[in-house]
Structures are given as C-alpha cells and as structure tokens.
Design a protein around this ligand. Structure first.
Ligand code: HEC
Length: 179
C-alpha cells in the first residue's frame, strides 16, 4: 500500500469511529444524561432559537394575505372565537391564566404589552403569520392546530383581532372578551 492510500484508509477509519462515537454519545446522553423532559426542566442551550428558525422559514414560505379587510364586525366575530377557543390558555385583557406560565413553552398573554414600541401580544406580526399559527398549530408546544376546529373565516377573524390588540378596543369587543 502506498503512502497516499494508507493515509486515505486511516482517514476513512477515523470518520467511521467518529460517527460511531457520536451515535454512542447521543444514546448514552439520552438514556442516562437526564436531558430535559419535564415541563418544569430548564431548556436546552439555544433551544428556543433552534426551534424558531425552521418555524419562521416555513411560515415565511407559506404566508398568505387576508381574504377580507379588517372591520368592527370582523373584530367582534374574532373576539367571540377568541373567548371560546383561545382565552383558556392565552388569557383576556387584564386577566392571566395561572397555568399558562408553567407550560413549556409558555402560552403568551396575547393582550399584554411587551418589548419595545408598545407591542401588545402579536400585534407586530403580520396577520398572515398569526393565521398560519392558528391554522397549523406549533408542534411540540401546547398550541393546537385549529384548521379542523374553526372555519377559515373564523381563523382570519381571530387573527385580525390579535393584529389590532395594540389599538383601542370597542366596548362590544371588550365586553365579549371579558364577560
Ligand atoms: C391549550 C392551550 C392553547 C390554546 C387553547 C391556544 N393556544 Fe395559542 N399558544 C399556546 C402555546 C403554549 C403557545 C406558545 C408556542 C411557542 O412558544 O412556540 C401558543 C402560541 C400562540 C401564538 C404565537 C405567539 C407568538 O408570540 O408568536 C399565537 C398567535 C396563538 N398562540 C394564537 C392562538 C389563538 C388565536 C388561539 C385560539 C384560536 C390559541 N392560540 C389557542 C397554547 C394555546
């Protein structure tokens, strides 16, 4: 065997050993390394960032525009949907859900100001992004997929409502959300 061929064989053996080693390490870690499996466990390093990257890319690729414009009626219909299907996890204006903070990931309060620029809930997201999340849900979180639960119109109504969460609310919408 000449020197070059021997070098290649040693390299190939190195690659095989590295693959087997990585596989064994992963197996040992998952079986005995106590990775986070409880909701109350601390997250993996960069867990949120790693999960958000493919989700953002998928939503961006499938983003659609609202089929009808926003109106007082749309917001009121959205408030009814929200109260029935979303409030139990995401809360209503001025009222949080006790267990929401103890989910992993937490179910955010969608009528609370956070961050900079007076953002309330997801009011800074495109309405199509919220619609995508409502329709398809977010895997491995408590966020359900509503495509077989709500009509398309209802999913747009509630998405429009959340887009307007940073705007003053009509008495009818407020009354529906908090009754
Ligand atoms: C069983 C609890 C539960 C219900 C019911 C629920 N959600 Fe969620 N939702 C969650 C959780 C948990 C998350 C956080 C997911 C994450 O961080 O990736 C979430 C995330 C979201 C987000 C993304 C928030 C963000 O900051 O990007 C939106 C928008 C949303 N939900 C809207 C709704 C709407 C609208 C409804 C009702 C039609 C609803 N959810 C019903 C648990 C719920």
């Amino acid at each position: 065997m000449n020197g070059k061929r021997r070098g290649l064989s040693v390299f190939a053996l190195g690659v095989v050993c590295a693959v087997i080693g990585a596989f064994a390490f992963t197996l040992i870690y998952f079986k005995w390394g106590h990775p986070p499996v409880a909701t109350a466990d601390k997250p993996f390093p960069f867990e949120a960032e790693i999960v958000k990257l493919p989700l953002g890319a998928r939503i961006h690729g499938e983003l659609v525009k609202a089929p009808f414009p926003d109106s007082a009626e749309v917001n009121l219909d959205g408030a009814m949907v929200y109260k029935d299907q979303c409030a139990m996890c995401h809360g209503v204006p001025g009222e949080d859900v006790a267990f929401a903070k103890h989910m992993f990931p937490v179910a955010p309060q969608l009528f609370k100001k956070h961050g900079k620029n007076n953002v309330v809930g997801v009011s800074d997201d495109e309405v199509g992004e919220t619609y995508w999340k409502v329709k398809n849900g977010i895997r491995l979180t408590g966020m359900p997929a509503f495509k077989d639960v709500l009509t398309d119109e209802e999913m747009w109504d509630v998405s429009q409502l959340l887009k307007n969460a940073d705007q003053p609310m009509s008495t009818a919408v407020k009354g529906t959300l908090t009754k």
